[in-house]
Design a protein around this ligand. Structure first.
Ligand code: CP
Length: 306
């Protein structure tokens, strides 16, 4: 297929064919990071800006490295250090940055829809690096890439997503993307953190964690997002851990070839125990490694370099 999209705003918008095209493009970029000189000239002369209004370790580093490995010029603008704290609007900040000759703007913002707004106001490509509780499309793509790599297929797989579904943009991107490629998605979590209408997205709600663990080929543990919770959604961290945490005892119920995922950052000992996070079923660091190839693919495709 020929890639025609200028922006990447969410997996809800992409077809199965487009998602597969990103994964296959990432396949060809994965090898670059194993070379002694980890660089290709695909985006030479292009400028990428990462504009992040929320904290990030993985996504900002991954996009920055991905752009450098494609030989682009990269500038990182931290939203909290930008003139937005002096009252400048998001659109004005982005327009001023774009005026310096930017080709791709990678945006993380606490407001759902912020990257969509910028895609309507700017001439450059916009890539969503996480917008509120809406979508985190490159996390969804790297999750799908990792599942396909580890399980050898997506069609017919049962993927469980556990925890704070309400506040999770990762859950939404995973649900959209995985179903388009034929996987079945199950969710579980406290009733206060599982949206009542999540079945409208096609996910099946399972009430208890043990059943989800027994059912699924892939278990994706979400972080409890304390920073997005204005109310007390959880009785206590200990109660949450007992009911929905993944630990060695619960892992005894899992399928022999199960893989354990987490988008990070981890609340160690809360949603996942250290022995599971660091155990032989965990692919958490593989997700991070794959994220680099997936983001190289996304930057390459939205730049129209194909
Ligand atoms: N998974 C993820 O988005 O991590 P960061 O918040 O560290 O970027």
């Amino acid at each position: 297929m020929k890639w025609t999209r200028k922006h990447l705003l969410g997996l809800e918008d992409l077809s199965a064919e487009e998602i597969m095209h990103v994964l296959e493009t990432a396949d060809s970029f994965k090898e670059v990071s194993t070379r002694s000189i980890k660089k290709v000239p695909a985006l030479r002369g292009k400028t990428v800006v990462t504009l992040f209004f929320e904290p990030s370790t993985r996504t900002t580093t991954s996009f920055g490295l991905a752009a450098r490995r494609l030989s682009a010029d990269v500038i990182s603008v931290g939203g909290q250090m930008s003139s937005s704290v002096k009252g400048e609007t998001l659109v004005d900040t982005a327009r001023n940055v774009e005026a310096m000759g930017v080709d791709i703007m990678v945006v993380r913002h606490q407001a759902a829809g912020a990257p969509l707004l910028l895609s309507q106001k700017l001439d450059c490509s916009v890539v969503n690096a996480g917008d509120g509780a809406h979508e985190h499309p490159t996390q969804g793509l790297l999750d799908i890439y990792t599942i396909r790599e580890m399980c050898g297929k997506l069609e017919g797989l049962k993927v469980g997503i556990v925890g704070d579904i309400t506040h999770s943009r990762v859950a939404r991107s995973d649900i959209w993307g995985l179903q388009k490629l034929g996987a079945e998605v199950f969710v579980t979590g406290p009733a206060t953190l599982v949206p009542k209408d999540i079945d409208k997205l096609g996910a099946t709600v399972i009430d208890d964690m043990d059943t989800l663990v027994e059912t699924c080929d892939v278990i994706n543990m979400l972080r409890i997002q304390f920073e997005r919770q204005e109310e007390a959604y959880l009785p206590s961290a200990r109660e949450y851990s007992r009911l929905f945490g993944l630990n060695a005892k619960r892992m005894q119920k899992a399928k022999p070839n199960v893989i354990i995922m987490h988008p990070g950052p981890i609340n160690r000992g809360l949603e996942i125990s250290p022995e599971v996070a660091d155990g032989n079923k965990s692919v958490i660091l593989r997700q991070v490694t794959n994220g680099l190839a997936v983001r190289m693919a996304v930057l390459y495709l939205v730049a129209g370099s194909e």
